[in-house]
Design a protein around this ligand. Structure first.
Ligand code: NAP
Length: 220
């Protein structure tokens, strides 16, 4: 297995220790095309061409108005969408040639409703575009043993958000409990398995019902 992250951290160091020398844990900004290519070449030389690509990086920004921060829009599209287009372009041809491959990308639960809160319009738009791209890539590779799926989390405790904002969001999940990273990882592991060979072009939410219409909307 090969893991790339943009910044060194205690989590990355623990992961490197836990995985040991047989795996590759490196620093790489995967939204930088040339750096991503260099990283992938070195991984391929060491471990062979990848069977699977999981892109889980999806940084976020908030702005007072949807048009307030154009540079942040560019960055969020680079991290959430263009990095995936670039990496998929590098790995999919070899997967197709071997008639086996898996691509998993990360969307956002509720994005398919296309009802973006204006304060997160840039990130939401990048996730909507990513879902469209994932479906196009799935269609292109269908019948070649290569599946492409989108995992869409709702409110998951990954520690990246302001604690008060996160608590308010978790309270909106039916049952009042945020999801755990393990809930998402279990789905990703299944999508990478042989059992999921017939699942492609799917968006699967892990949101505990957060993205569903509220029961109180029912008439009567
Ligand atoms: N957590 C949630 O509740 C939630 C909800 C909806 C959707 N999602 C989506 O689910 C995915 C995982 O969530 P998360 O909260 O763990 O996401 P995240 O905050 O984007 O973090 C994932 C990791 O990706 C790294 N990263 C970001 N940009 C990178 C780049 N260009 N190259 C290499 N590494 C990069 C981050 O490192 P840095 O520290 O360097 O940024 C971080 O270690 C994301 O796509 C996110 O948008 C999450």
């Amino acid at each position: 297995m090969a893991v790339a992250a943009r910044r060194d951290s205690d989590e990355l160091r623990s992961l490197r220790e836990a995985l040991g020398d047989q795996h590759d844990v490196a620093l790489c900004d995967v939204a930088d095309d040339e750096a991503a290519r260099r990283w992938l070449d070195s991984v391929t030389a060491r471990l062979g061409a990848p069977d699977a690509l999981v892109h889980a990086a999806g940084p976020f920004f908030r702005a007072a108005e949807s048009t307030a921060d154009l540079p942040a829009w560019r960055r969020v599209f680079a991290d959430n969408l263009f990095a995936v287009v670039g990496l998929a372009g590098m790995v999919a041809p070899a997967m197709r040639a071997r008639s086996w491959g898996r691509v998993v990308v990360f969307g956002h639960a509720g994005v398919s409703t296309l009802r973006p809160p204006p304060t997160i319009a840039g990130w939401y738009a990048a996730k909507a575009a990513l879902l469209a791209f994932a479906r196009a890539l799935a269609a292109e590779n269908a019948g070649h043993g290569v599946t492409v799926n989108c995992v869409s989390p709702g409110v998951i405790e990954t520690g990246g958000m302001d604690a008060a904002v996160f608590q308010r969001m978790a309270a909106q999940v039916p049952g009042g409990v945020a999801g755990r990273p393990e809930d998402v990882a279990a789905l990703v592991a299944w999508l990478l398995s042989e059992e999921a060979a017939h699942v492609t072009g799917a968006e699967i939410t892990v949101a505990g019902g957060w993205d569903l219409p509220r029961a109180s909307y029912k008439s009567g």
